[in-house]
Design a protein around this ligand. Structure first.
Ligand code: MOS
Length: 733
């Protein structure tokens, strides 16, 4: 029955993307389209005393300059600005709302002109007078002002006592810098105005229905007055989860001018959006001499803005993953004069597990144990925090398969003991862990008499491959060739879907499609058995399958009617079914994905240059829907993990409260020359409990553990333990 699921099916949207047929938010046209350019604040905190737009308005082609003083109405209640991803506590940032400056780079005006270049030029003619206020942007100097995130995680046992009596201890701070997403596609919105007052909003987003509800709420519109569309997204990685300010500005301008408006942010301006927050992670481990873990504590202190509490699960992994009778964690926030952080691939885990896994490596060194051996010693078949079994957990198999593929047994544990000419060789490893979440999603299938099916759903495809897996699942469930399936996504008028994030969309959308396909099968079965002389007479929907364009008995070979005949005989052109799939809320088991990451680095002893020459990532994540796009997904995560380990860092000049490297010339990311061998192994992980298809999702697991594996390899190569990321060569010399 599975002709497509589990195979390396090529992307169904691949051709549209490489030929340029795929349209992105900033590429949609409209009659009389005009262009907005954002003017940003140049101070981190204070008030706008005067904003002079006269010179800008004099520039030929400029239509208007919107500011807090002349904008159309915006909702004033905090609740109206909440979206489905918004942090728990605080008040969402509102662009052009009032005279307050909350962060450097804040949008304070939108210049609208006949073309983008004119708008950009005129933006330089807007002059602003500020009343500046004292500000703080440095997490480390403000560390003592941190406040606890409520509610604190409940401790296990008595961590303090256990730490006192531990035979071997390790405790250290690991510092992870703020990082920006830098997706290829710039944040952009094209709002198409029509004279009926309805708006079609082409937005770069991970969730069209979330943006649609948000805009209706912020602008006081009815649901049918705003439609949000985002068929293709050029990467987002969490930065497109919340509605970003450009969608508010473009809509504001369209309403003010009663015209179609496009706003595209520059690469530099995108540094005024969300980011992975800088975090100081303190991990303490206490063990017996044989490596039995007795206590784990993890305290995180992270940046947030003054106006919102943003925090993710950095510290829970340490309490969940390894067998340890005692544990304690805390998560604190420091409120600074910066924009609110946001989700960025494996938020919380990418940073928290990095600290934990570096600490585990340091403990292994202190215990004189093999790092894999230590992890096996502390292995837990139960979620340690909740004391629950897992729906499935093949992490042991990940260690075994990864180690074998890497050649781990040939490792000499002594630092600086392995060489390749002038290069020191280092081998390190780490564990990765993420959640296997699932959300309610609806899908509609329209099967037509010509044997084609259109599957539609409001879910996004942010490059992760939703189009392809939806087509695969539909093709298998309907028994049709994949070429006969067309998929429509990311239009707010389509069946319900949440934002695409948290690695939940594959499992969630697949089961919605499966449900709708089963309803189609039920309808076909009902029609087929009513046909005169039907070989399927007396059979229920459950007794038949759809395969090769036929409605066929499962039990009796050859008892089948073609779908085309069924529809012709029943005189119907189409069968349409829509299904909302909700997952049972089963609290009896923990649901996670896991990985074992092995890294080889070569470090030039004289120059300190680090190359990551090999990565083996063994992943246990349930059934892999598509081994080709899945492998790419994990490779992308690994590349990003290399960036976290060696390159990425948003650098702030705290004298001005301003980001110094707000561009991709100076914000370093890995390039092709930085990437060598990446071997992805999908470990078999049957899971009959998590959901019917055994799917867990792999969007985030690929990055988790990678930075720690590399840091541990750098230690093994050089004997130097770098706990402040990224590990740049100056830190090795
Ligand atoms: Mo992901 S950080 O949930 O887009």
């Amino acid at each position: 029955m599975n002709a497509y699921v589990g195979t390396p099916t090529s992307r169904v949207d691949g051709r549209a993307k490489v030929t340029g047929a795929a349209k992105y938010a900033g590429e949609f046209g409209a009659n009389g389209l005009v262009h907005g350019f954002v003017v940003e604040a140049t101070i981190p905190r204070g008030r706008i005393v005067r904003i002079d737009t006269h010179e800008a308005l004099k520039v030929a082609g400029v239509l208007d300059v919107l500011t807090h003083a002349n904008r159309p109405p915006l909702a004033d209640k905090d609740d109206a600005w909440k979206d489905e991803v918004a942090p728990e506590k605080g008040s969402t940032f509102r662009p052009l709302y009032d005279d307050r400056i909350k962060f450097n780079g804040q949008p304070i005006a939108l210049v609208v002109a006949e073309d983008w270049e004119t708008a950009r030029f005129a933006a330089t003619r807007v002059s602003v007078e500020y009343e500046e206020e004292a500000f703080a942007t440095d997490l480390e100097s403000e560390r003592d002002n941190a406040t606890e995130v409520e509610p604190p995680h409940k401790p296990r046992g008595d961590a303090a006592a256990a730490m006192t009596r531990a035979a071997v201890r390790h405790e250290a701070d690991y510092v992870l810098p703020s990082e920006h997403h830098n997706p290829m596609e710039l944040f952009a919105t094209t709002v198409v105005w029509d004279d009926s007052g309805r708006l079609a909003v082409h937005d770069k987003t991970q969730g069209v229905q979330n943006v649609q509800k948000f805009l209706c709420s912020v602008f006081g519109k009815k649901p049918d007055e705003i439609r949000v569309i985002s068929p293709y997204v050029g990467g987002a990685f969490g930065s497109g989860l919340r509605p970003q300010y450009q969608v508010v500005l473009a809509t504001l301008a369209a309403l003010a001018l009663k015209r179609s408006v496009r706003v595209v942010l520059t690469r530099q301006q995108m540094y005024g959006l969300g980011y992975r927050p800088m975090t100081i992670e303190r991990v303490a481990l206490g063990a017996r001499p044989d490596g039995t873990l007795d206590v784990v504590t993890h305290e995180a202190i992270a940046v947030t803005s003054r106006y919102e509490d943003f925090s993710r699960n950095d510290t829970g992994w340490a309490e969940q993953l390894y067998s340890s009778p005692n544990s304690r964690s805390s998560h604190k926030l420091v409120h600074l004069d910066v924009s609110t952080p946001c989700d960025m691939r494996a938020p919380g885990a990418a940073t928290g597990v990095c600290a934990l896994e570096c600490a585990m490596d340091e403990l292994a060194v202190a215990l004189e144990l093999d790092p894999v051996g230590l992890r096996l010693k502390c292995y837990s078949d139960r979620d340690q925090s909740e004391d629950l079994p897992y729906t499935s957990k093949q992490l042991r198999e990940c260690y075994a398969r990864g180690a074998e593929a890497f050649g781990w047994t040939r490792r000499d544990p002594t630092p600086r003991s392995m060489r390749d000419g002038k290069d020191l060789i280092g081998w390190g490893m780490a564990t990765g862990v993420w959640e296997a979440l699932q959300m309610p999603v609806a899908a509609r299938i329209v099967l037509t008499a010509n044997g084609h099916a259109e599957v539609s759903c409001a879910a996004s495809d942010i490059g992760t491959g939703t189009y392809t897996i939806v087509a695969q699942v539909a093709a298998d469930a309907l028994g049709l060739p994949i070429e006969n399936i067309s998929v429509r996504l990311a239009d707010s008028t389509l069946p319900q879907a949440p934002v695409e994030g948290g690695s939940w969309m594959a499992a969630s959308s697949a089961h919605a499609v499966l449900g709708a396909a089963e309803d189609i099968r039920g309808e076909l079965a009902r029609l087929a058995k009513a046909m005169p002389g039907s070989p399927l007479a007396g059979l229920d929907a459950a007794d038949v399958a759809l395969a090769d364009g036929m409605v066929a008995s499962r039990a009796e070979k050859g008892a089948a009617v073609s779908i085309a005949d069924v529809m012709r005989h029943s005189k119907i052109e189409r069968i349409e079914k829509e299904k909302l799939n909700e997952f049972a809320d089963d609290k009896s088991h923990a649901r996670n994905t896991h990985s074992a990451v092995f890294a080889e680095v070569k470090v030039d002893e004289e120059l300190g240059v680090i190359r990551v020459t090999r990565i083996v990532s063994a992943i246990a994540a349930g059934r892999i829907l598509n081994t080709k796009t899945g492998r790419s997904q994990i490779m992308g995560g690994v590349v990003w993990g290399i960036g976290m380990a060696l390159h990425e860092e948003t650098v702030m000049d705290h004298r001005f409260g301003r980001i110094m490297n707000a561009n991709i010339a100076e914000y370093h990311i890995p390039v092709n020359a930085d990437i060598h061998d990446i071997d992805v192994i999908f470990v078999d992980e049957p899971d009959e409990r998590i959901n019917r298809l055994g799917i867990k999702g792999i969007g985030e697991i690929g990055i988790v553990g990678v930075p720690a594996a590399i840091a541990n390899a750098v230690y093994h190569a050089t004997g130097k333990r770098i706990r402040r990321f990224p590990i740049t060569l100056d830190k090795l010399l």
